[in-house]
Design a protein around this ligand. Sequence first.
Ligand code: PEP
Length: 254
Amino acid sequence: MRKKIVAGNWKMNLDFQQGISLFSEIVNMAKDEVLGQQQVVVCSPFIHLHGIAQLAKGVSRVAIGAQNIYFEEKGAYTGEISAVQVKSAGAEYVILGHSERRAYFNESDDMLSKKVDAALKHGLIPVFCIGETREEREADRYFDVIGGQLEQGVFHLSNEAFSNVVLAYEPVWAIGTGLTASPEQAQEVHAFIRDKAAEQYNQDTADQLTILYGGSCNPQNAPELFAQPDIDGGLIGGASLKSRDFIDIAKVFN
Ligand code: PEP
């Protein structure tokens, strides 16, 4: 059975104390209520990583992630942060290729493929985000766009390396908009992604691949989305800032 994951993306929200409080609530609820084999991941701003990692010690159900890294290991890159650094603070995962990074910080597929390599080299699990804009969907180009993002971002990896990657399908038009892809729309793309992975690698690798859905996911729509055969959990933005909602989404797998 492939791994089920519910990952929160706090984005650029919460001061240090607010992050610690929210994370404490999440850990306590997860300990009491999250019962299956699902993994809960919180991807916080860098400032929280070390603090929340202390709170997560011994709670294997909850892991920590960063929201970005630079691909170099160290050096004169003012303001950047490396895979080694976030790993040393307690992160196990890192979100890469989020549409906000692609759009506002011009992260290209070429740069992202280097970030994926850096993450894997240092033992971080990349949560690699792919997805089409509204215009691309309306022009019926979404398979081409997503296929291209896979080719350029992660399909250079060996089969062994790729088996450590988590993918997140996040239609850009659904992120933070309240517009969710229908379960059928999401399933169609997830099945396409799995088929592409089977073509590139093999069926076994594709069957083991965890593919998350992201885009205005909430406790109301998560059950129908997560019931789809190729949807293995969610990448949650807004709803991850409320402990009750976030844990209720994770509990869909109970
Ligand atoms: C995200 O930013 O990854 C995301 C899915 O956001 P939201 O859930 O708020 O749409």
